[in-house]
Design a protein around this ligand. Structure first.
Ligand code: T4K
Length: 389
């Protein structure tokens, strides 16, 4: 390993970049290329390419072993899945959600005429704070949307209590949480939406899934994602086209079949980062939440500028010069984005934990295209950046 032994070794100060080619957050995993090509070839030969074909049904069945939910409907992405699920759960009016999330969470609601109302998050897990949610409740509240950010599961029990007390539906955006399950049982009737976008731990090129334990919600999801056709192929009401196609399902099957191996790689890289950064002042990996299994899909640092001597943006610039492409997941927070930043209806409560997290977090490359030696090099750059800050 080439260590950064002097300030001038850092590419930011004119040294030679550690990586000749860029190393990215979110490089797609393709763990079983031949299996995918075989499955997609069979689909082509069958001439059955969409509309709940055999591969989509197989994918749903395999995915159900990971979601542990009774009903699983595959979709073309998680954004449409969120819209379908929100309608199926009966969400209306103002939807309480975190601002600290990927903007798709808010836009998905806004796009179907619902109003995002942003609440604060727990500073350690980044998930929706039930106390903040309770403060934001109003007669206009028509739903609560928790986000399992970075695979950290929300306090589902506390949020369920708040939702039941207010008499509004509760939905979870689990786009980043495939493979993350609570060790205790979930509240009854839980509904979650997963993403299988190219950058996710399991990918379908693009894909999503609505997983629910509520039979009635499941029936509505099935109809709504397929133009409103119910099981009797009658149109029960206005629906959309959110169906997954067979090629996406083939990719999903090929990936989920070897998911245990994939999870192991992510877990090991995550632990290696933790060890490699353990002595670096002011730079800490976000803590692993207790009480759940984790996919370790994201390696997220929190940079404390006072202790590290440099802020998150400067650290990102130092890494960038070394061809290490990080992502500021999630900055800016949604309430700082158009159109939400201009209308106070979206921000009725204090969002100080959100503000602080979004200014400090940085996601680092991980996944099947990242080696343990790459992690060592990245840790060396971070440690040098702090040393010479
Ligand atoms: N809710 C939450 C909480 C979410 O995180 C997301 C999506 C959604 C809802 C909506 O799910 P989908 O409708 O997408 O299923 C990326 C993904 O596009 C997005 O799916 C994901 N969350 C979000 C966290 O990350 P960007 O804007 O960061 O994408 P981009 O183009 O900057 O790519 C990310 C990194 O991946 C880059 O380093 C480049 C690399 N990349 C990307 C693609 C597509 C590759 O190396 N190869 C590729 O093919 O949103």
């Amino acid at each position: 390993m080439t260590a950064k032994q002097a300030r001038a070794d850092l590419a930011y100060f004119g040294g030679r970049p550690v990586f000749a080619e860029e190393l990215r957050v979110g490089t797609p995993n393709v763990p079983a290329r031949d299996r995918y090509l075989k499955l997609v070839g069979e689909a082509i030969d069958r001439r059955w390419l969409s509309n709940r074909g055999p591969l989509v049904r197989d994918f749903e069945s395999l995915a159900s072993r990971r979601t542990l939910r009774a009903h699983n409907t595959a979709t073309n992405n998680a954004t449409t899945a969120l819209q379908v699920a929100a309608k199926a759960c009966g969400m209306r009016g103002e939807i309480i959600m975190p601002s600290f999330t990927f903007v798709a969470t808010a836009h998905a609601m806004s796009w179907i005429g619902l109003t995002p109302v942003f609440c604060d998050v727990d500073p350690d897990t980044g998930t929706l704070d039930p106390v903040s949610v309770a403060k934001a409740l109003s007669p206009r509240t028509g739903g609560i949307l928790g986000v399992h950010i970075w695979g950290n599961l929300c306090d589902t029990v506390a949020l369920d209590d708040v939702a039941r007390g207010a008499g509004v539906p509760l939905l979870f955006d689990a786009a980043q949480a495939f493979g993350c399950r609570p060790l205790a049982p979930s509240p009854s009737g839980t509904t979650e939406v997963f993403s299988f976008h190219a950058t996710k731990i399991v990918n379908c090129f693009e894909g999503g899934l609505v997983a629910t334990d509520d039979t009635e919600v499941a029936a509505r999801v099935r109809a709504l994602h397929n133009f409103g056709f119910d099981e009797a192929t009658e149109v029960a009401g206005p629906g959309t086209n959110a169906k997954m196609n067979e090629s996406s399902a083939a990719m999903g099957i090929a990936s989920v079949e070897c998911m245990d191996d994939t999870l192991r790689v992510y877990r090991e890289l995550h632990a290696r980062y933790r060890e490699g950064l353990s002595g670096v002042p002011g730079v800490a990996q976000m803590p692993d939440p207790p009480g759940q299994t984790h996919n370790h899909q994201y390696v997220v640092l929190r940079v404390d500028p006072a202790r590290a001597g440099l802020d998150r943006d400067r650290l990102a610039a130092v890494l960038d010069a070394e061809n290490i492409r990080t992502k500021k997941y999630f900055w800016p927070a949604c309430h700082r984005m158009r159109p939400y930043r201009t209308d106070p209806v979206h921000t009725p409560v204090d969002l100080s934990a959100t503000e602080q997290l979004s200014a400090r977090v940085l996601a680092l490359p991980t996944g099947l295209s990242v080696s343990p030696q790459d992690v060592d090099q990245i840790c060396d750059v971070i440690s040098a950046a702090v040393r010479y800050a």
